[in-house]
Every structure is written in C-alpha cells, then in structure tokens.
Design a protein around this ligand. Structure first.
Ligand SMILES: *Cc1c(COP(=O)(O)O)cnc(C)c1O
Length: 521
C-alpha cells in the first residue's frame, strides 16, 4: 500500500476515476475532517465569558507562562466536528457487527431512557446517603441478579471493564493466598485465552504458564495436570472458550484446581452463551468477571464506559474490595474504609475511587428486568442458534477447524484461502466495502488465520441470510482467484488500508491537511 504526501493512501490505477480528487477534499457527504487542534483558532470561543480579574494571589502567586493551547471554535463548529466524526464511525445501530468475543448486541432504547433519569444521571458520587438511597438500592438489586444468575454468593461491583474485573478477581485471589500464608506464584492460562488473561496475571505479579489446547480446541487435561503444583495460585479459563466451544471437562477441571489448593478464575466475557442456563457457581468457579457491556447490552464505547463486576465464591468473598454495600435498619450505606468493617471482611483494597459505572448499572438492570430470567435464557439460546446457523451455512465454502456445533460464536480458519493469494486480513477488509464491520481476526491464536464471528441474538434471520450470502460470494470469489475485491481493500471508505502497527506505536496526533488547490485560471 502506498501513501501520498499527506499520509493518505493513494488509489490503485483501476480506481483513478472514482478517486478523482475533489476540490474541497471531501467525498460527497463524507467530510474530510481535520483534528480539532487544527480546526481551532486562538482567541475564538463558543461561549461568552466575563473578563476575569487577573490576580497574583491565585495559586499562591503561581502564574502560567504560556497559553494552555485549547482549540478555539464556535459552538456550531464544535457540533459539526463531532457529528462528522460520528458519521465516520461504524456502530451496532448502523449494521451487523460480527466481532467475535465482543458480544456486540443491540442496546435497547429503554435502557438509555432510564439511564438518563435525572435521579441517576445527575447524582454526584459524593451526594449524602439520604439522597442516594435509590441508586444504592439499584446497585443492590443488580448485585442480586448477578449473584442469582451465576449462583455465587458475593459480587464486587466497582471494576469498570472486563480487564479491570480480571485484575480485581486475581487481586482477590492473591489476598486469599497471602492470608493462607502460602507462596503461590504461578497462574495457569490456556493457549487460546484472551490477551487480557495473561496480562492481568503478570500485572498482579504472577508468572504466567500456558496450558495446551487439544486438537478439538479445548483444554488439554494432561497438560493442565502436568502444570498444576503447590505454587499455582489460579487457573484462568474462559467458558465457553475463545474457540466458541463449551469446556465439557469443566467439573473435572474445577476439582483438579481445588485439589491442588488453587482457585478457579473464569473469564465471563462469554457469559452471553450460557446466561440463564448454566450457573458458573455450580461449575466450581471461585471468581468470574461479567462484562455488563457485553452480556447485558449497554454500549461499548472506545474502551469504555464498560462495567466488569466480579462474582466471588464463599472462599473468596471476604477479600472483596471496598466499598462494601450494606443494608440495615437505617437503609443502605457504603463502607469505605477499614475502620468499620463487618465481621470477617478482609478487603484487599479498592479498584476505583467510587462505586462503579452507575450509568452502566442502570442500563444492565433495565435489560434484565425487561427480559426477565426466562428472556435472558432465550437471548442466550438465540445467540447460540444464530452462531450455529452461520457455521452451518458457511462451513462448506469457508473452513471450520473444529467438528460439531459451536456456542455463541462461529470460528473459521484460513484453510479455504490456501493458495488463493487472499489472506484473512484481505478478506476482512473486503467486508468493509460490502458494508460490514469485519469479524474478529487472527484470534484465537490457536487457529491459523482465525475469523471469529459472533452474530448475537440481535440479528433477524433475514439479516443473517444476507450476511451469509455476501460471505459465501466472497469466499467463492477468493477461491476462484478473483482477487480484485480483496487487493488493497477497503476501497470505498474515507481511509484505505491503514498501517495499524505504526498507528498504535507511533501515533500522529497532529496531521497537516493540504491547502485548498487554487482554481484554474
Ligand atoms: C472482552 C473480553 C475481555 C476484556 O473485557 P473488556 O471489557 O474489553 O476489558 C476479556 N476476555 C475476553 C474473552 C473478552 O472477550
């Protein structure tokens, strides 16, 4: 891929006509948008503020030497900037979003309506207790749903994402190991695990040790047995796993872990496949984070706001982090420090300044109450059905690495692209030209050129049929070596194929846009 001088991809020759540059740099209603720092001008403001009396006594006489460099724009310019950016974004409200492992389900508008109720939306986290009783009651009610659905006795609500929840769970386990006076320094993680699992264990100071997968895509029991020992603190398992398969040996796995004196951590990101059907507590799980933003709708927004409450077994409950929510004759209250702990509580510390993501809590509870327990179970069943429909409809033209039905996501590998000159990356990028967000690719790592598709329960059969039709045609084109639609894809978007590695390692946050060309004389 070649770039022109502005770092924008140049078009292959065949596209010359479509790529004829416009005078403005915009393409129809797709606006080329500068960074807000490039748009802003010094001295411009969207609001009229009174002049401030300059005083030397503020901040003890400290004076700022330079302007702080905030971009100056009028209010309509700010509104247009963000609206234009939002139109470049793909969203679940715009189309099917098959990103495996992410559970991109519809976020019902009812959730949004309730989260905007001023009593929830405008409540300050430091508001006095009598003013926050309703919010605390909501947190307690959501906790009850989570412990009921998972069959676990306790839950820590404050973690703000799945990965943050993992850290909370592993720190809880570390506290329990330390309380036992043991030196357990290793955490076992399957080969197929999500990258956050080993990262979490390493961040918490443990050595990470990999457990192998069987050719059927599940935990290799012999490898687990061999790795377990008196220095193992925990085994982290995702179930259903990241290959979209239920770990059938999970009860035996739990027994083995417990017999070795270790704790069983479950990555609950895939709870959408089993919610309402299987209670992780019954499987012997000691700690599991729940991505409210996956299983219980609520938006995933650019790394946040998410919410990753962690359910805990009897053995770990005492170590749950502060704050602790308690209810007594005077109503709800939060225990914020070590001086007022209830009997037996030994919190390891705290995960965040306040109580968690209130807005996400309201949305998740709204989703639960509007579905009911039977509705949640049906959502899980429909998600599994949708994924199996995709697997069954595509496995003759794409290649599925594992035999048999899947859970909530369908996994393909790149065997079907062998010798075609088309890679998983090309295939995924060509989907963008077809109006689809790509599936998760090259994950899990145990499968070559992986493509992981999670349709969720949100999609209608018509929507799935159209998706299948497009992917079938693409797969057949690739096999027929019709490479045109894959080479350099995507073609029909504001940005072509980006160098994603450099974009994250060497981000260019200020980019000079070209001057407008002069009109021909
Ligand atoms: C999404 C996900 C995570 C991380 O959750 P975040 O909320 O993105 O931090 C962890 N494990 C698995 C399997 C996931 O799919």
């Amino acid at each position: 891929m070649t770039m022109n001088s502005q770092g924008r991809p140049s078009a292959p020759a065949a596209d010359k006509q479509a790529e004829l540059p416009t005078i403005s740099g915009d393409r129809g209603l797709d606006h080329e948008e500068k960074l807000i720092f490039e748009l802003g001008r010094a001295g411009v403001s969207g609001v009229d503020l009174p002049d401030v009396a300059v005083s030397d006594v503020r901040l003890g006489g400290l004076r700022r030497r330079d302007a702080i460099g905030l971009p100056g724009l009028s209010e309509p310019e700010v509104v247009r900037h963000y609206v234009r950016l939002s139109r470049m974004n793909y969203a679940i409200d715009a189309g099917l979003y098959p990103l495996g492992s992410c559970t991109m389900k519809h976020n019902p508008r009812l959730n949004e309506k309730l989260a905007r109720l001023p009593g929830f939306a405008d409540l300050h986290p430091l508001a006095p207790l009598p003013a926050s009783q309703g919010a605390l009651a909501l947190i307690a009610e959501l906790s009850r749903w989570l412990t009921t659905l998972t069959g676990m006795p306790a839950v820590a609500m404050s973690p703000k994402a799945g990965a943050h929840g993992e850290l909370c769970g592993i720190l809880t386990i570390r506290a329990a190991v330390e309380a036992r006076g043991e030196a357990r320094t290793r955490v076992l993680v399957p080969e197929s695990a999500h990258g956050t699992n080993p990262a979490t264990a390493a961040f918490a100071g443990f050595t990470v040790d990999e457990v192998k997968a069987t050719p059927e895509g599940r935990v290799d029991m012999a490898s687990l047995k061999e790795k377990l020992g008196p220095d193992v603190a925990a085994f982290m398992l995702t179930n259903p796993n990241t290959c979209g398969l239920f770990e059938r040996d999970v009860l035996e796995i739990a027994d083995m872990i417990h017999a070795a004196g270790a704790y069983f951590y479950c990555d609950g990101a895939n709870f959408n496949a089993i919610a309402g059907r299987v209670r992780p507590g019954d499987l012997g799980v000691d700690a599991m984070h729940i991505n409210l933003h996956k299983t219980f709708s609520t938006p995933h927004g650019g790394g946040g706001p998410g919410a990753g409450p962690v359910v805990l077994s009897e053995r770990l409950a005492a170590y749950a982090p502060l704050p602790l929510l308690v209810h007594d004759a005077k109503g709800f209250r939060l225990i914020e420090d070590e001086s007022a702990l209830p009997a037996g509580a030994k919190p390891f510390g705290r995960m965040s300044a306040f109580h968690g993501q209130m807005g996400m809590f309201v949305r998740a509870l709204a989703y639960m109450l509007s579905h009911g327990r039977d509705g949640i179970r049906q959502a899980s069943e429909d998600a599994v059905l949708s994924a199996n429909y995709i697997l069954a409809s595509l496995k003759d033209v794409m290649s599925a690495p594992y035999e048999g039905p899947c859970m909530h996501e369908a996994l393909f590998d790149d065997t079907f692209l062998h010798d075609t000159g088309v890679t998983t990356l090309d295939f995924a990028k060509a989907m963008i030209d077809e109006g689809y967000h790509p599936m998760t690719m090259y994950f899990p790592l145990v499968v070559h050129g992986a493509m992981l598709i999670e349709p969720t329960e949100s999609e209608s059969k018509e929507s799935l049929d159209r998706f299948i039709q497009v992917l079938r045609a693409m797969a057949l084109d690739a096999k027929a070596r019709q490479r045109a639609r894959f080479e350099g894809a995507p073609r029909l978007v504001p940005r072509r194929r980006l160098d994603e590695t450099s974009a994250s390692r060497k981000p260019v946050l200020r980019w000079k846009t070209p001057d407008l060309p002069k009109a021909a004389e």
